[in-house]
Design a binder for this molecule. Structure first.
Ligand SMILES: Cc1ncc(COP(=O)(O)O)c(C=O)c1O
Length: 365
């Protein structure tokens, strides 16, 4: 059968570690890099666009406007090219040259937002400007990955269900890195409803305040936020939260490449630290699945570049034994994340996000 490019989203493979963990435990990665846009974000991007078309929020010839410094923007740019939409992506100075080049290759227009928000990041200023442009540009649509709950719904309906079937319903833990909360929101709801014994573990960057704590800058790409996103609609479905350092996560990425032949992105390295931790200590949990959101090719000039690492005083060690010593020291930041939640209910209207209105309008029409 011959598909269009968008028909190839999904059905990502599972691969098992062979060298870094003992035989009694299966550590499995779900390799989302096989999506055509190169990351897991193809799934919510396509789901939201198709829902928006179906519900009449997005019309032929429309313009997609989104705040994204990476994967979600690239997915939208690809979808826009395939479906004939104009795409405007708001990025910030931290966006890598590789991501900018990919956005432009797909024909997206890129706006670089340079004003920082109150947490020192660019999330809120990017979102506010995207919402302003949406009000100004007729026939535009805001996928709104941070506030649109269709983001989590995509993973509930598709990614989590797909994983469950691929594992023949036999798994004990799922480990997910977090930013907009789409992945963990969808997965945690799916497993609570379908296999409540499966533990759901969130991994965030030290310096992000999704699960509370002190805000400061960090290097982990694709992770973190300065509030608890509404796609995590019930923190009680998350069994534990780990906050991991940049350096150990990047070391994990480089060791996975050298010792397992798996070239992954920074957020996968972060999640794999926790997978290794559980594999080293676990007697009960035999099948640990880690969602590998993207590929290392996007980070060849950063995480996999010795000079870039050296300039940031990051270790170049590729010694698995040293990595294990670091992993041993990792501790759960929280096993009851509701206690440290950082929900800011007024943020959606402060930033003038349109998602709630889309749904309200749908109900009244
Ligand atoms: C590489 C990567 N990993 C993990 C995540 C986190 O996924 P989510 O936004 O669904 O929480 C993102 C989100 O941008 C990402 O780009």
């Amino acid at each position: 059968m011959i598909n269009t490019i968008l028909d190839t989203v999904g059905n990502s493979p599972l691969v098992q570690l062979r060298n870094l963990v003992r035989d009694e435990v299966d550590v499995i990665l779900k390799l989302e890099r096989t999506n055509p846009g190169g990351s897991i974000k193809d799934r919510p991007a396509l789901y939201i666009i198709e829902e928006a078309e179906r519900r009449g929020w997005l019309k032929p010839g429309g313009t997609l406007i989104e705040s994204s410094s990476g994967n979600f923007g690239i997915s939208l740019a690809m979808i826009g090219a395939a479906r004939g939409y104009r795409v405007i992506i708001l990025v910030d100075p931290k966006t890598t040259p590789t991501n900018l080049a990919m956005l432009k290759a797909y024909g997206a227009e890129v706006i670089v937002v340079t004003e920082q928000d109150d947490s020192g990041s660019y999330h809120k200023t990017r979102i506010a400007l995207a919402n302003k442009l949406h009000r100004e540009i007729t026939n535009s649509f805001r996928p709104d990955q941070c506030f649109n709950h269709l983001n989590g719904e995509a993973h509930f309906n598709q990614t989590a269900a797909e994983l469950f079937e691929q594992c023949e319903r036999n798994l004990d833990v799922v480990i997910l890195s977090v930013s907009t909360g789409g992945q963990i929101g969808g997965f945690s709801r799916f497993f609570r409803e379908n296999a409540a014994h499966v533990k759901i573990i969130a991994v965030d960057a030290i310096g992000s305040t999704i699960f509370g704590g002190t805000s400061h800058s960090y290097l982990l790409p694709g992770m973190g936020l300065s509030w608890t996103p509404t796609n995590i609609d019930d923190l009680n479905r998350i069994d534990a939260v780990y906050k991991v350092p940049d350096e150990d996560s990047f070391m994990m990425c480089r060791i996975l490449a050298r010792h397992e032949g798996i070239l992954c992105g920074g957020s996968t390295g972060a999640a794999m630290l926790v997978a290794l931790k559980l594999a080293m200590q676990s007697r009960k949990e035999k099948r640990i699945v880690c969602i590998a959101s993207d590929s290392g090719e996007r980070y060849l000039s950063t995480i996999y570049n010795d000079e870039w690492m050296h300039e940031r005083s990051m270790t170049l060690s590729l010694d698995p034994l040293e990595l294990r010593e670091r992993v041993k020291k990792l501790k759960a930041y929280s096993v009851n994340p509701i206690e440290t939640a950082n929900y800011i209910p007024e943020l959606e209207s402060l930033l003038d996000s349109p998602s709630r209105q889309y749904f309200l309008d749908s109900q009244t029409n």
